[in-house]
Design a protein around this ligand. Sequence first.
Ligand code: FAD
Length: 507
Amino acid sequence: MIDVIDVIVVGGGPTGLMLAAELRLHGVRVVVLERDPEPTPVVRSLGLHVRSIEIMDQRGLLERFLEQGKQYPVGAGFFAGITKPAPDLDTAHAYVLGIPQPRTDRLLNEHAVELGADIRRGCELVGLSQTEDATEDGTGVTAELADGTRLRARYLVGCDGGRSTVRKLLGVGFPGESARVETLIGEMRVEAAPETVATVVAEVRETHRGFGLGPLGDGVYRVVVPAEGVTEDRSVPPTLDEVKRQLRAYAGTDFGVHSPSWLSRFGDATRQAERYRTGRVLLAGDAAHIHPPVGGQGLNLGIQDAFNLGWKLAAEVRGWAPADLLDSYHAERHPVAADVLDNTRAQMLLLSAEPGPSAVRRLLSELMDFEDVNRHLIEKITAIGVRYDFADGDGDGDGGGGGGRDGGGHGLIGRRLRDVPLKHGRLYELMRTGRGLLLDRTGSLSVTGWSDRVDHVVPEGLEGLEELEGLSAPAVLLRPDGYVAWAGDDQRELLARLPKWFGAAAS
Ligand SMILES: Cc1cc2nc3c(=O)[nH]c(=O)nc-3n(C[C@H](O)[C@H](O)[C@H](O)COP(=O)(O)OP(=O)(O)OC[C@H]3O[C@@H](n4cnc5c(N)ncnc54)[C@H](O)[C@@H]3O)c2cc1C
């Protein structure tokens, strides 16, 4: 018996779950294959940055996340652990949401299931083949599971983490640097008094910034200590003895650690997939990029990949995608991840206690006293500085609106908008359908022909938009992921722009 599915998502981590939910929002039949029979207790990510928090708001999930997390100020130890006062940020959510990854995973799992995603645990993908064109029944990819089951789908997305089987089966290159250092991590009980722990940790961190014992309450600590070397297979967790030995090597004491609830290890390998799309198979999240966890960006990046890809893949499946829409996923997201890889490389150097990097660190810290420098780095880490290059130079020419044929001359193009209160509700509440959105203060524009894909919001509800700094445009067209696709007031320009993102007009 062979199932026919629209999209198979391999991997039920945060990227795969977010993607499954985005696809379901558009009615796409999606199956998530997750190898692990049970969710992992290992806490990797500790929180969400601004852009991911905004995304949760845009999908009506923020309250659940706020209930489960804790808000911290932006700027505390943000870039390479350097703390500076937060500048004004262009967002309604200027905080970090501290929330351990297992909770994020659980909330995203709930959301995907509520929307109808079929999540199958204990299912490991081991084989993959695809045909360029869809077969008669509309499928193009065959996935083979470890138990011999075969599934067929129109598309498949590898969200299966840094060691991605999908990426390897595709033969996609993953250039970059191998791990040079490795770190042991875990949560465990500590016998030493809290004051002793704090004093010793402060001393050790003078020379080893990667060392830490952070209290989680109730005598439990999150322990982070450099490993002795670099292991072949980091999926094998360390033993408690190994952790104790390394604590003694670095701190002169093992603090009496015992009863770990989990132990893990991670390296500083930095790599990126050469291409995110191979025919009908795509890569997202850690499967497409890995880097050390400085600045806490990996999970955020994966969620944002999924948010970019979801509506585009749904458009392909539903049959209205314009020609290059799916390829714009790589075009837009590959440079964003490349930039994150670079900032983590820089941060890793700045964390070294060697004299040279320490001097650069002091200099950078001075520079960060300039608010614009500080803001620039924070906008990188939080991803609110992302600006996609929507200039296509297609010369379609029929707009003829000097200096802004496609709205390309407007400073908002390619950026996301922050949330603003409207007369009734808020901007982000209007985005929950996952459709495009024309915010029209002129009251004279029309999306007839695309009204099945684009919502049109008329002036009386938009007074709040005047509060948007720099929103000089009388009207803006937002993609389903909240990025500005067009700005202006000319119906002909709008009509020239709509097909680029939303396909042909319905007859
Ligand atoms: C110590 C540490 C701290 C971190 N802190 C942060 C942080 O503060 N903020 C942040 O944003 N990021 C952080 N990260 C990074 C973050 O954890 C990852 O970027 C994130 O988990 C990536 O999500 P993903 O869904 O792409 O991949 P994963 O979370 O790795 O999920 C992949 C899933 O695929 C499954 N899978 C694998 N192979 C198969 C297969 N063949 N078939 C079926 N299923 C398969 C796996 O079981 C897994 O569930 C940290 C990482 C580490 C190591």
